[in-house]
Design a protein around this ligand. Structure first.
Ligand SMILES: C[S@@+](CC[C@H](N)C(=O)[O-])C[C@H]1O[C@@H](n2cnc3c(N)ncnc32)[C@H](O)[C@@H]1O
Length: 271
């Protein structure tokens, strides 16, 4: 386990994922309290003055979000969450999916985050300390989420692997399919990098025919010609709530336009 999200926290891909996840939590809980399962939770909260300052990814991502003029509402919503963590006006702290989700939950909602790496899980517990509607578990999030989903109705599940293992695509697809096969009212969002089209198409083919209606929200920051680079990212949402397509267009469109190379674009489609 070499992956450290602290280098990537607040980059363009986190902005896409977090703005859309924030919208998904709010859309799902408009219908009542929601249980959110986060298979790959990470540390929960990031100090951008550490690893992220060295990678400069947050500088090209959240730092630009916070100074942007004319942000659309769903990017503004994420910016507000970041501002709440930084009352002095600097952009030093950035919320991971756990803090963002737990702070957005309404009464009756709850969160379970899985993290395999013990030191990261300790940071996660610290980031969520005192939040009685949040639980953290050390262990494999794919198996953990399938088991936990069987105990609740209509969970919202985020699958956000590091993709450092060759089986992450297969396990993400199998987990999403297993959850919705058992509970067709569950919503599952899978984050993936966009490096080359072959890998992404193969992932989509793993899902097709095994899951219900699915939204694919892609932000392509540059052409997918160099497979060694993260040229964009996608959030694939199985059983999206009504309004998800418009939300995804707003978020991916802003990220591509504001942070991408010339020719960057959003692709939002369904199957
Ligand atoms: C991309 S980061 C998660 C970022 C987080 N979801 C967020 O948006 O802030 C992936 C995390 O998954 C952890 N991890 C890797 N394999 C795992 C597994 N099978 N189950 C649970 N956690 C895992 C890594 O240690 C890492 O902290």
């Amino acid at each position: 386990m070499n992956y450290r999200h602290s280098f990537h926290a607040g980059n363009f891909a986190d902005l896409v994922k977090h703005a859309l996840v924030l919208w998904l939590v709010q859309a799902r809980q408009a219908m009542g309290p929601v249980v959110v399962l986060d298979t790959h939770a990470g540390a929960g909260l990031y100090d951008l003055s550490g690893d992220a300052a060295r990678s400069k990814e947050a500088e090209a991502g959240v730092a630009r979000l916070m100074t942007a003029q004319g942000r659309p509402p769903l990017m503004d919503a994420l910016a507000n969450e970041v501002r709440a963590l930084n009352p002095d006006g600097a952009t030093r702290f950035y919320p991971g999916s756990p803090r963002l989700i737990v702070d957005a939950l309404s009464a009756g909602g709850c969160y379970v985050g899985f993290e395999l790496n013990p030191p990261v899980r300790a940071l996660l517990a610290e980031a969520l300390a005192g939040r009685t509607n949040a639980e953290t578990r050390e262990g494999d999030g794919y198996d953990g989420a399938v088991a936990e989903a069987a105990r609740v109705r209509a969970p919202l599940i985020l699958i956000d692997p590091p993709f450092e293992r060759p089986d992450d695509y297969a396990r993400a697809a199998e987990t999403a399919a297993a959850v919705v096969r058992r509970d067709p009212s569950a919503t599952v969002a899978v984050w993936t990098p966009l490096k080359d089209l072959e890998t992404f198409d193969a992932f989509i083919r793993r899902l097709q025919g095994k899951v219900g209606p699915t939204l694919v929200a892609e932000a392509r920051l540059r052409p997918l010609t160099n497979p060694m680079k993260m040229n964009g990212c996608a959030l694939v949402v199985v059983n999206p709530p009504r309004g998800a397509e418009a939300a995804a267009r707003e978020i991916c469109g802003w990220v591509a336009d504001a942070l991408g190379d010339p020719g960057a674009r959003a692709e939002v489609w369904t199957f």
